[in-house]
Design a protein around this ligand. Structure first.
Ligand code: F6R
Length: 357
């Protein structure tokens, strides 16, 4: 039930701190550390490459997951859109391991790939919010998101839950392989949950940003470098889905290779700046678009902020920043849709789970 909320989407955005805390408690061992079960760990340790298969928002979570797994666990990861994989299959390595990411566990495109990889005899894991779902039943292993039912069509809490679970997976495999990840994940996820709470408390500011930048625009660009690029893709998808504003996410450095032609006077460009090693790079990209008349909205992380930034999120571990930085984007999309009088929870042409290929 929605309770006092006008929409499920807003309720589900607000539930994110709780979901992360719930994940910590569900994945915690006796020593109080988050970890995977031994069977899943061993299956992944046996593989020479992970293939992540997903669609939509879950695909975007997969992109961040790749960063986490490659950085922490040092296993190569490829991320593929499910609908392409079946007939556009890359050459597989000798010992592939498949991870299917799906909130609903029912996405037909992802299932079609799972049917194929099962036939090929490859091991698989489904990361899903729905116990007993098709993808969960048909894969060898399941990791649950424990996010509670997600009702709004636009996925929010499932995305952050997917990131948290993938981080746990990445850190667990790293530990098993003897790689230091340079962070105490259980503690950092706790910090993330607190930060999410702070961000969810800043709705008025997000509403203002939505009004300032998105009230009448017909398009909007999201840019970022590194993991911020992936979060930008998700921000753009959220905005498109529920506000019908044409939105696209780009790697900061790629804009100048064509898309910058679309920047006009007043075009909103939302930049994420949460990564120290590319902070100057993304700032440079923002200057390029501002010089062409863009209306810049930089969302940075504390410690990397610069004059003129529109919003600063509290500092969290860089590798986990998507769990925090996506929240302002979700809220901005929500308010943009609200003010444009769109049906936030049930956007046109969309269904909660896509059960056709
Ligand atoms: C985005 C959205 C869709 C889904 C996609 C995959 O807000 O709802 O893009 O993310 O259809 O769905 P699942 O995760 O259920 O496989």
């Amino acid at each position: 039930e929605k309770g006092t909320y006008a929409h499920f989407m807003l309720k589900e955005i607000d539930e994110q701190p709780l979901v992360v805390r719930n994940i910590i408690s569900k994945y915690r061992n006796e020593a109080g550390e988050v970890e995977l079960s031994e069977d899943i760990r061993n299956a992944i340790l046996e593989s020479d490459r992970i293939y992540i298969i997903a669609a939509g928002t879950s695909y975007h979570a997969g992109l961040v997951g790749k960063q986490l797994i490659e950085n922490f666990a040092k296993i190569p990861v490829e991320v593929h859109v499910a609908s392409e994989f079946s007939y556009n299959m890359p050459l597989l390595t000798e010992k592939p391991f498949f991870i299917y990411i799906s909130q609903s566990g029912e996405t037909a495109d992802s299932r079609a790939v799972l049917v194929q990889t099962n036939e090929m005899g490859y091991k698989s894991l489904t990361v899903t919010n729905v116990p007993g779902s098709t993808l969960s039943r048909e894969a060898d292993y399941t990791l649950l998101l424990h996010a509670g039912p997600e009702i709004a069509v636009a996925s929010t809490k499932a995305y952050t839950a997917q990131l948290a679970v993938l981080a746990i997976l990445a850190a667990d495999i790293a530990k098993a392989k003897g790689h230091s990840v340079g962070l105490d994940l259980t503690k950092e996820l706790g910090i993330i949950a607190n930060t999410m709470e702070v961000l969810c408390g800043q709705k008025e500011e997000m509403e203002k940003i939505a009004q300032e930048y998105l009230a009448t625009t017909r398009n909007c660009f999201f840019i970022g470098r590194g993991v911020d690029f992936y979060v930008g893709l998700e921000g753009a998808l959220k905005l498109k889905e529920i506000s019908y504003i044409q939105a696209e996410g780009f790697a900061g450095g790629e804009l100048k290779h064509g898309t910058i032609a679309l920047i006009e006077n007043g075009t909103p460009v939302i930049a994420l700046a949460t990564q120290a090693h590319v902070n100057l790079g993304i700032r440079g990209n923002m200057k390029e678009v501002v010089a062409r008349g863009a209306n810049p909205c930089t969302i940075s992380m504390k410690g990397l902020e610069m004059e003129g930034d529109r919003f600063v999120i509290p500092a969290v571990h860089e590798m986990l920043s998507p769990l925090a930085s996506v929240i302002p984007l979700q809220l901005i999309s929500y308010y943009a849709a609200l003010h444009r009088e769109c049906d936030v929870d049930k956007p046109r042409n969309l269904a909660k789970s896509v059960t056709v290929e």
